[in-house]
Design a protein around this ligand. Structure first.
Ligand code: MG
Length: 264
């Protein structure tokens, strides 16, 4: 009997504690104001958008504006200027002169680039309008992280090597190619990989890509720099140049325009 009474008292006491706690917690919620969760600074700086989404916003670095390749150098010898052709506001790959890359290096960025496969393109598979946007150039030749550029309008190849793929790692989510002869665009958000002090990988590189306005890579976590043969392996690096590929195939060279970048 005594045991039962003691138990009841304990139960009532516990209930009282719980009720008091919920009363105070409800009261705290009621007293919270909308202002409590408002942030007023730091105030984002003002950026004037371009006239269209092709045009650079006011804070962009223009990498190619139709006039010259002043922002570019030859990848295999960075002391030499880029040798590709500039004509009528358009930059065209000059096969045999090698890849070109930016003078400046970048960490995280937003990039816009437009490219055109020639209307008279010939060849098939990887030998049909092959170029590439290396999101970070880790060295000479094709060393780096390649977002593939290729005529994939009506051209069968391995899907993780078609236009919009992270070469031999990730296929594009969809095929948003336009016909050869038409200008196409990539809008890229690149997050560089992060390495620990001992050189091990802390965070993979990530990329989001819109191809002609259509999302084809959605925060894709890269496995490492892209490779023609073998598995990707990360090697530590800091900010790096952005590179364009002069591919060795025999098809007609592709062209570029409106290239700009915003560091993030
Ligand atoms: Mg390529």
């Amino acid at each position: 009997m005594l045991y039962k009474t003691e138990f009841k008292i304990k139960a009532v006491f516990l209930m009282l504690i719980l009720m008091t706690a919920s009363f105070f917690s409800a009261n705290a919620q009621e007293k919270a104001k909308p202002e409590d969760t408002e942030a007023w600074e730091p105030i984002p700086k003002v950026v004037t958008p371009g006239k269209t989404n092709s045009n650079a916003p006011s804070d962009a670095l223009i990498l190619f504006d139709g006039k010259n390749t002043d922002q570019w150098v030859s990848t295999d010898d960075r002391s030499l200027p880029a040798k590709w052709t500039v004509d009528d506001g358009i930059l065209t790959v000059k096969k045999g002169t090698g890849n070109i890359e930016t003078k400046s290096s970048f960490g995280n960025y937003q990039l816009h680039i437009e490219w055109r496969i020639p209307a008279n393109i010939t060849g098939s598979g990887q030998a049909r309008g092959n170029s590439g946007l290396f999101l970070a150039s880790t060295g000479k030749g094709d060393d780096g992280y390649e977002l593939q550029i290729l005529d994939s309008y009506n051209n069968k190849t391995y899907v993780n090597g078609q236009a919009g793929s992270i070469y031999k790692q990730f296929s594009p989510l969809v095929n948003a190619n336009k016909k050869p002869g038409e200008w196409q665009s990539y809008d890229v958000i690149w997050t560089a990989p992060i390495f620990n002090a001992d050189g091990t990988l802390k965070n993979n590189a990530h990329v989001t890509v819109l191809f002609n306005g259509v999302v084809i890579q959605n925060n894709t976590a890269l496995l490492g720099p892209t490779r023609y043969i073998g598995k990707p392996v990360y090697t530590p690096h800091g900010p790096l140049p952005i590179k364009l590929q002069a591919h060795g195939d025999k098809s007609e060279p592709i062209s570029y325009r409106n290239i700009w970048v915003r560091e993030l």
